[in-house]
Design a protein around this ligand. Structure first.
Ligand code: PEP
Ligand code: MG
Length: 852
């Protein structure tokens, strides 16, 4: 029979079951099991004798650890953290011993009643391993006299064992991944570990690494065929091993992970890949390296050397302040990366997005953070500690023999600099790059590469890196010819020297003959001529050869893009991602601020061009500090888009009013994201109609994004009530194919030209047109040459694309007749997969111009 602990009512009031508490964090027991109370008293008392182990700085929550080791959190009211201490008076301090019934926090029920969502207070058991069973009471209770919970203690908790879980060691696993545990499988393993309440380590030989740390895992240099073991400790150690061992054995979802065939117990792991040294050409004027990104560029050399960010290691404040500074800088970098990832997804660039998503992961690496924090504790400034920590880790990676892992050192330095630049007041020195430059550097970071001014930089070479480096991936996605791992003598070429960069061959020709330059330039001209022709006609409408008009609109995030889009012939804004106004700030933009922005966009577009503003589309994967959403296991399937806004009228209504007020300047349209059912659409539209009435404004068009398969399947029903649809193929593809749009291993297969997605678009268009509802496509495929004729053939009325794509998309529409488009679309719908669809309408000139 286990021992019992009696928990006394900390407040007088009525007991409530946790399931009915109006806050999912508690009702879904994310913090732990427990009970709630609707209080009638105003002083919180200790529910048992013990030690105060935590007092929230806002004074609304306290945790007491009983002498038996049971931790009880009492949280007064719901959403009361927002009061920032107003109405609360803590009466005890952390570390203080308290007796049952002793006063802990005094609070004002009046203030809470006015300012908090609810007074209901929660009593939660946060360390469930100390408990074997909880028996809850019900009904009205008197503070400190009635028992509310009787706790049956777990066997270990009575022994006062804090580290009571012994280590469990798994069987030996032979790593089947083709290149061992490099960044991606390491990231997968680290993520899987986070699901378990257990400390998990990976052991190779005598070395162990924290399995939640990508850097730590990579540091073990686990190669294909290596033998490893998982070591777990904690309440869910066994569950962790049960789940992780098969995953590790099967390659953590990596393609090409095949079992290593062992002959006999002592079979050898396959020999290490020989290190390939960059070859030398033998020709003084020809330098060779690895083909990182195809294309030919003629230009002049500009040597680029990265300046070091100087830090002062002397702290300005106590360690707590420095720690907070570091957290702020990391948090702001994560948000910056999130915005970048979201934008890249919006531009249908999943491979680029995956690189920066991996950077986010690096910023959450526990080993890296531990190292920085311990340096702060030893008296270093936040910037000094951070710089030392990331450089140490980067050097560790760079020295690994595995080339693939060593390449990740550059990513770590990049993300490290990103954080450092937020801790140090220096402006990043702006380097003037002359037009027509071929950059030469030891290395470039992914951020440098993504920010290159394409008007001035024609290509680049780095002495570090290889074809798989993230810089190479970025260069390909930017269409910039590039060579990685070029001979080191490239660093000695004088600025201004004329060169030709053959990206596809991995060759740099120094001082080429005039003849060679001429022939290369002629070939390039063809491409330029095409772009010029496209630009010449970009202010004209896009219509097929037989006169079928398709509206070409633009996707924007703000005013500047809208202004540029008009100059490029955009016929409207098909998608204004309003979340850009809401991200990276600690409170929501006011109605006035939003009104200013929407009005400015409207003025930029002029009175006749439609402007579709999408209401705030954030959710579990893009949390905002002022819009907390509980951690979700599947954020893409959780609180996103309209699901969030319908519950947050204080954010929703001001946004709607701001858009409506901007109708004074332009043709505003309102669009809701992530609509799944018609009832959601009705509820959201009702808000628009109510606000229109209040403002005395005529009804404006209201539409929705088709990005959930349910909406496409029931488009007939939605079309009766909506004025327009815009197909968000980025999300529609993710939900149709059941593949996370940011998943690094699935990136190549998440293709919006999948026949399944095309069939949903066809269905959407047919339903819409039967009810006088127009249809646009604003997802990434709208701007892809291979998709444009198909979407036109499916009957889509508007294509909304990224800014630079407008001229090319218009041109693409003009290449075909409507009948041709329809025939192609019919064939596409019958294809087996996306690659067959893509082969249907290749971009012929691009093929012809593949020069290298
Ligand atoms: C989409 O899902 O296709 C879309 C345009 O929205 P976002 O990429 O912003 O989620
Ligand atoms: Mg979307």
């Amino acid at each position: 029979m286990s021992e019992k602990l009696s928990i006394k009512a900390p407040l007088s009031g009525v007991l409530i079951e946790l399931d009915t508490v109006p806050d999912p964090v508690f009702s879904q027991r994310m913090v732990g099991d427990g009970i709630a109370i609707d209080p009638t008293s105003e002083v919180l008392l200790a529910p048992c004798s013990g030690t105060v182990v935590q007092m929230h700085p806002a004074g609304h929550a306290v945790t007491v650890r009983s002498h038996e080791g049971v931790e009880i959190l009492v949280h007064i009211g719901i959403d009361t953290v927002k009061l920032k201490g107003e109405g609360f008076e803590p009466l005890v301090e952390v570390g203080q011993e308290v007796e049952v019934g002793e006063n802990l926090i005094k609070f004002s029920a009046d203030i809470l009643a006015q300012k908090a969502k609810s007074l209901i207070s929660m009593i939660i058991f946060t360390n469930e391993d100390a408990i074997s069973k909880l028996h809850f009471q019900a009904g009205s209770v008197q503070a400190n006299s009635d028992e509310i919970v009787s706790v049956e203690l777990a066997e270990e908790s009575t022994d006062q064992v804090t580290d009571s879980h012994s280590e469990l060691i798994s069987e030996t696993i032979i790593v089947p991944n083709p290149t061992g545990l490099h960044a991606r499988p390491s990231a997968v393993l680290a993520n899987l570990c986070k699901r378990f309440d257990a400390k998990v380590q990976l052991q190779k030989g005598d070395h162990r690494a924290n399995a939640r740390s990508v850097v730590g895992l990579m540091g073990l240099e686990v190669g294909r065929g290596d033998k490893v073991q998982l070591v777990a400790q904690g309440p869910q150690a066994q569950a962790a091993l049960d789940a992780l061992v098969p995953q590790l054995r099967e390659g953590l979802g990596e393609e090409g992970a095949t079992p290593v065939v062992m002959r006999g117990a002592e079979a050898q792991a396959p020999p290490e890949e020989p290190v390939v040294l960059p070859p030398r050409s033998g020709d003084e004027s020809l330098l060779v390296g690895v083909a990182a990104s195809p294309g030919i560029a003629v230009g002049t050399v500009h040597q680029l050397r990265e300046s070091e960010i100087e830090v002062d290691e002397e702290p300005e404040g106590p360690p707590d302040v420095e720690r907070t500074e570091l957290k702020r800088a990391i948090g702001s970098s994560i948000r910056e990366l999130e915005a970048l990832v979201a934008r890249l997804h919006g531009e249908a660039d999943p491979s680029k997005a995956a690189i920066f998503a991996a950077h986010q992961e690096l910023l959450e690496d526990p080993d890296l953070l531990d190292l920085a924090e311990s340096s702060i504790a030893k008296g270093l400034s936040a910037s000094g500690a951070w710089k030392r920590a990331y450089q140490l880790h980067a050097d560790r990676l760079a020295n690994l023999r595995n080339e693939l892992l060593a390449a990740r050192a550059n990513d770590l330095r990049d993300v490290g600099r990103r954080v450092l630049s937020k801790l140090v007041e220096t402006e990043e020195s702006h380097i003037e790059i002359p037009e027509g430059s071929i950059l030469i550097a030891e290395d470039l970071t992914p951020s440098d590469t993504a920010n290159l001014d394409r008007k001035k930089v024609y290509g680049f070479c780095t002495t570090a890196g290889g074809a798989t480096s993230h810089v190479a991936i970025l260069a390909r996605s930017l269409g910039l010819p590039a060579i990685a791992g070029i001979e080191a003598r490239a660093l000695d070429i004088k600025d201004g020297t004329r060169v030709i960069l053959f990206g596809g061959k991995g060759q740099l020709k120094v001082d080429p003959t005039d003849e060679l330059v001429t022939s290369v330039r002629e070939a390039q001209k063809k491409r330029e001529v095409r772009r010029k022709k496209q630009l010449e006609k970009t202010m004209e409408h896009a219509e097929t050869r037989d006169g079928h008009k398709v509206e070409i609109a633009v996707n924007v995030g703000g005013v500047t893009e809208a202004e540029e889009a008009v100059k490029l012939g955009a016929e409207g804004v098909g998608l204004l991602r309003s979340e850009f106004l809401f991200l990276e700030r600690s409170f929501a933009p006011s109605e006035e601020e939003q009104f200013e922005t929407y009005s400015a966009v409207a003025k930029a577009m002029g009175p006749d061009k439609p402007i579709v503003i999408r209401t705030l589309d954030v959710g579990g994967d893009k949390p905002l500090p002022y819009l907390p959403i509980p951690l979700e296991e599947n954020p893409f399937l959780g609180q996103r888009g309209i699901r969030v806004l319908l519950n947050r009228p204080e954010i929703f209504r001001p946004q709607i009013r701001a858009i409506l007020r901007a109708t004074e300047f332009g043709k505003m349209h309102i669009m809701f994201p992530m609509i799944t059912t018609v009832s959601e659409f009705r509820a959201a539209k009702k808000v628009v109609r109510e606000e229109e009435k209040k403002l005395g404004i005529e009804p404006i068009p209201v539409g929705l994004m088709i990005e959930v398969p349910a909406a496409a399947m029931c488009a007939e029903i939605l079309a009766k009530e909506a004025d327009f649809f815009s197909v968000g193929t980025n999300d529609l593809t993710q939900y149709t194919l059941a593949m996370d749009r940011g998943h690094p291993q699935l990136a190549a297969r998440i293709d919006g030209l999948s026949p399944a997605v095309l069939r949903l678009i066809k269905r959407t268009v047919e339903a819409a047109h039967a009810h006088d509802c127009w249809v646009g496509v604003c997802g990434g495929i709208a701007g892809e040459p291979q998709a444009v004729p198909l979407l036109v053939g499916l009957g889509v009325d508007e294509l909304s694309v990224g800014l630079p794509l407008i001229p090319a998309v218009k041109d693409r529409v003009r290449e075909y007749s409507l009948e041709e488009c329809q025939k192609l679309a019919e064939r596409a719908l019958e294809m087996e997969d996306a690659s067959d669809v893509r082969a249907l309408c290749p971009d012929s000139l691009e093929e012809e111009l593949k020069l290298s």
